[in-house]
Design a protein around this ligand. Structure first.
Ligand SMILES: CC(=O)SCCNC(=O)CCNC(=O)[C@H](O)C(C)(C)COP(=O)(O)OP(=O)(O)OC[C@H]1O[C@@H](n2cnc3c(N)ncnc32)[C@H](O)[C@@H]1OP(=O)(O)O
Length: 365
């Protein structure tokens, strides 16, 4: 977990991001797959050294085709990609990327790339001849050929009615980096909660975090085979760039493709309240069984929906505090069980306050 956190920090630094978009805790709350390229032979450490990583994941997106029509798709997305500075431009990125393509059984032009850096665009152009992009209104970049031979069915959306607002389609992983807004007192008092971005993804709340232990997390990582060359570079030894590049370009160090069936699928995680609790109803929530609505529009929620064989069960299983019987024992209520407030002249109880605090500004639409 520490290694993942450190890699995430290094990647964020390399991309000038204000905060990492890859961390162990984020890996626990989504279904992304992390490919790690390692050098097992590095000297001075029995455990080897990480050369870089590549994070991918399926996301439901709305993308425009060449004719400007919206298409609902769920492609594999490149979410984060980083090779250690001392090892860049030595072919390791290509090896890692190639390994991912084989494991995931996708073609490069079928990928969507989340806000690619200049370096990554150059990389894709050089190695995969991905040059022509299809303009999008979100931060994902897709390339010519994306709509050809799609594995997943591409569903065309009905034309948008002119009076409708433009929705923030296809939020990227990087959305959460946007500045958070401090709520006024008393809504800022509950430290048990992780505040959500005013514009970002589904909020991740401490009390709703899944129960994925370290073992499970580690099973979700996919390690590439050892790379015997990198320790030269890491240790500043001879056998440097030229040799490395040659080795890579000649393909003398090949990565056996892993059979995806051998690979553990990511544990599903992240629990979100059911649909009714998220809508803008002014009614205080009631402790009833929520409708098993399809909420797969939200990637985080999709993960939950898919993780449970029965959606009904999913909701009852881990009801959020204000919908379940556990609500009165909730540790987040520092004021006790039965206290209440008068907000703008209206009498409200702690449950209501909690509800309003959690769901204010988390859904811009
Ligand atoms: C969705 C996202 O993840 S966006 C973020 C992408 N990550 C970053 O920008 C982090 C910093 N960059 C890196 O970590 C790496 O450069 C990567 C991951 C983009 C590529 O990994 P590398 O090991 O360098 O790639 P590899 O050696 O296989 O291929 C090299 C090619 O990548 C591109 N490239 C790599 N570094 C650079 C650079 N500094 N400037 C321009 N192009 C670059 C070039 O096309 C280069 O070919 P060239 O050397 O002939 O010009």
């Amino acid at each position: 977990m520490t290694v993942i956190d450190e890699m995430g920090k290094a990647s964020a630094k390399a991309q000038n991001l204000p905060a990492p978009i890859t961390s162990a805790s984020r890996m626990q709350t989504n279904r992304h797959v992390l490919y790690i390229l390692m050098d097992h032979d590095v000297k001075g450490s029995g455990k080897g050294a990480v050369i870089g990583f590549l994070k991918v994941g399926y996301k439901k997106l709305f993308v425009l085709d060449r004719h400007g029509a919206h298409n609902e798709v769920e492609p594999l997305c490149v979410l984060d990609f980083y090779i250690h500075e001392s090892l860049q431009r030595h072919g390791y990125g290509k090896e890692l990327f190639q390994h991912m393509l084989q494991s995931e059984r996708v073609e490069p032009h079928q990928l969507a790339v989340d806000r690619p850096s200049e370096k990554l665009l150059c990389f894709l152009r050089k190695h995969y001849n991905l040059k022509e992009t299809i303009s999008q209104v979100n931060n994902f970049v897709i390339f010519e050929g994306f709509f050809a031979n799609q594995h997943a069915p591409v569903r065309k959306l009905l034309p948008k009615r002119p009076e409708e607002e433009i929705k923030p389609y296809s939020l990227t992983d990087r959305e959460f980096l946007k500045e958070e807004v401090e709520p006024p007192w008393p809504f800022n008092q509950s430290h048990a909660l992780t505040r959500s971005s005013s514009l970002g993804n589904s909020p991740v709340r401490g009390c709703l975090k899944p129960f994925l232990n370290e073992q499970e997390l580690l099973r979700n990582l996919r390690l590439c085979p050892p790379h015997a060359g990198a320790h030269h570079l890491l240790n500043g030894e001879p056998g440097g760039p030229a040799a490395q590049r040659r080795r890579t370009s000649l393909g003398s160090a090949t990565i056996p493709s892993q059979d995806p069936s051998d690979l553990p699928s990511l544990s599903k995680s992240g629990v979100h309240p059911p649909n009714g609790a998220l809508c803008s109803s002014e009614e205080p929530p009631v402790a009833t069984q929520p409708e098993p609505t399809d909420r797969t529009e939200d990637p985080g929620i999709r993960a939950v929906a898919e993780s449970k064989p029965s959606r009904q069960g999913a909701h009852t299983d881990r009801l959020p505090p204000w919908l379940g019987s556990r609500c009165h024992d909730a540790p987040w209520a520092p004021w006790g069980k039965q206290q209440s407030w008068t907000v703008a002249g209206v009498f409200h109880d702690a449950q209501w306050i909690r509800y309003k605090q959690e769901y204010r500004n988390t859904r811009p639409w």
